[in-house]
Design a protein around this ligand. Sequence first.
Ligand SMILES: Cc1cc2nc3c(=O)[nH]c(=O)nc-3n(C[C@H](O)[C@H](O)[C@H](O)COP(=O)(O)O)c2cc1C
Ligand code: SF4
Ligand code: SF4
Length: 385
Amino acid sequence: MLSSAPPTMDPRHILRAARLGWGGAVMKTVTEEPTVDPRTRLGVLRREGKAIGMNNIELLSRESLKTWTDDWIPKIKQEAPKDFIFIASMMSGPEPEGWTALAETMSQTGADAIELNVSCPHGSPEKHMGAFIGQDPKLVEGVTKAAKKGTDLPILVKLTPNVTDIVPIAKAAERGGADALSAINTVESLIGIDIETATPLPIAYGKDRKEQFSTYGGFCGPAIKPLGLRFVSQIAKALPDIPISGIGGIENWTGATEYLMVGARTLQICTAVMWYGFSIIKDLTKGLSSFMKRKGYKSLDSVVGKALPKITTWTALTKLPPIVAHVIKDNCTGCKDCVIACADGGYVAIQMRDGAAVINEEKCDGCGLCYVVCRDNAIEFIHAR
Ligand SMILES: Cc1cc2nc3c(=O)[nH]c(=O)nc-3n(C[C@H](O)[C@H](O)[C@H](O)COP(=O)(O)O)c2cc1C
Ligand code: SF4
Ligand code: SF4
């Protein structure tokens, strides 16, 4: 599914995605008042020119609640394929009444479910909304209960990663009556500084429209996948019965499979669509289908949670067997990156011989640093001989 973000800002976008094969969409979050956003509002983290993460200081839907409920949602439900799932995303303040009223309104639109945004990390918390609510189990339970009061539709609660422990928050949502959880929203961040002008990024303007400022934003894209996998797996282990919609850095079928394997039952994507377009769904579904065929998985259900039993505590890990690095000679280009890394950050176990790296198994500690720095897939791990 498309997650709540610019690709779901209006029916034009959502219907185009539906026609291209997306299974559903969570609309851009609405609240009582439409948003006016700062310009610019997106920042990027690059590695050798390639974007690996993005941060945004954008808030909620710029369109009114009334347009969504009276025109846009009915239009989407009418024109999208019958099995396309439309999820209404909404946000209110810490008072329960707002959530009940919004849920009542959304119930009458034809939406298939409602996602409660208690997780936007920027702007909203300043108004005691978004992650301000999502960081407090009592508030999460309260607003979930309040929303349930206003609707019979299934409720998903979208959780914030900007907490020390997500499990008490997930449990609070479940106590409040959540039918499912979505995780994660963006990670609060400062994406960078323009060092020429000492200005934080992305550059926006203050109230005088002249002086440049920025603010903390929400980080997303491939760089946050490890966080998403952590949070989803922690929720899935603690609350095995509640369905989880996995979000965060999915850009291809392998990322999608990883989320399924740590317990997500549905998947949501934002950044990869913003960077590469709706058509990524073709490779995503094709890749996942052929993987399942190759591995003999008969259904998505059989993939869900497959890796969970293998996530254990550090204490439960044995320090044996004696694993060491080994160079796949045919792949080694002789770049020496691993030699430098192992000399200064590892156990001084690699030398160059005849233009290729060679591991000294006596010295190798199996730390994995050479594997991290090798760009040519030339390091594998073997049992020490
Ligand atoms: C520009 C932008 C706007 C977003 N707006 C919303 C929003 O209105 N409501 C919401 O729940 N999440 C919003 N998100 C968060 C995404 O839905 C998603 O949770 C997050 O980006 C992580 O997924 P990704 O790594 O696939 O982008 C927004 C993200 C971006 C980049
Ligand atoms: S980093 Fe990889 S390619 Fe470069 S020398 Fe080491 S093993 Fe060979
Ligand atoms: S696994 Fe660690 S110690 Fe062994 S060769 Fe690689 S970097 Fe060096």
